[in-house]
Design a protein around this ligand. Structure first.
Ligand code: GSH
Length: 202
């Protein structure tokens, strides 16, 4: 099994965490090869990582699809519910966390531009998405709909999104009014799979 990605990508981290939790052996292949060439378009038309090349050479991209492929291998621990309604809800949580990450990565990109070149309307819209997503997660945790145990792909996706937000200081002060979310991510960040995939400071 090969995971093509970059060490800094939080979406790649999500798949690395799943592979580590399931103790599936894999080779990490950097999207930039030794000649400085980006190899991802050979595998993914959209040029996005992660890409998984399975042992039967089948190619899978987009992290929710890869997570589904890995779950279908039936290797414990189970990270996705089998019950239809519970599985649908977990996918909604995963989609929300991935969407939070989409907004956070776009905001990080926008904020890297010089002040005069930044699009203020985009920044406001992206901050709105991030705030509402964090509030939604807190509400679901308070209602007991998202729980730390058992670990799921949904909670792993939340950990990867918040890890990126913290590292890039995208939503400073978010901790103040999201105590349940802090408790969840603190428990995730103590796991060996998260510790081993923590990106180096850039
Ligand atoms: N929805 C995708 C998002 C993946 C994604 O946006 N990956 C970024 C790296 S963090 C990427 O490869 N961007 C390159 C590009 O869009 O050209 C997933 O969950 O796998």
């Amino acid at each position: 099994m090969k995971l093509i990605g970059s060490y800094s990508s939080p979406y790649v981290r999500k798949i690395s965490v799943i592979l580590l939790e399931k103790e599936i052996a894999f080779e990490f292949v950097n999207r930039i090869n030794s000649d400085g060439e980006d190899i991802v378009t050979r595998y993914s038309p959209l040029n996005k990582v992660p890409v998984l090349v399975a042992d039967d050479n089948s190619i899978w991209f987009d992290s929710p699809v890869i997570a589904g492929y890995l779950e279908a291998l039936n290797i414990p621990p189970q990270l996705q519910p089998t019950d239809g309604a519970q599985a649908r809800y977990m996918h909604q949580v995963e989609a929300l966390a991935d969407g939070l990450l989409d907004a956070a990565t776009q905001l990080a990109h926008e904020l890297k531009k010089k002040p005069g070149q930044q699009n203020d309307a985009d920044i406001i819209a992206l901050r709105g998405k991030i705030t509402r997503a964090l509030d939604w997660l807190e509400q679901q945790l308070v209602a007991g709909k998202i729980t730390a145990q058992p670990l799921t792909v949904g909670t792993i996706a939340i950990g990867c999104a918040i890890g990126f937000i913290n590292r890039r200081r995208i939503a400073q002060g978010w901790c103040v009014d999201h105590p349940q979310l802090i408790r969840l991510v603190e428990s995730l960040f103590r796991r060996e799979s998260f510790l081993r995939t923590e990106p180096q400071a850039s």
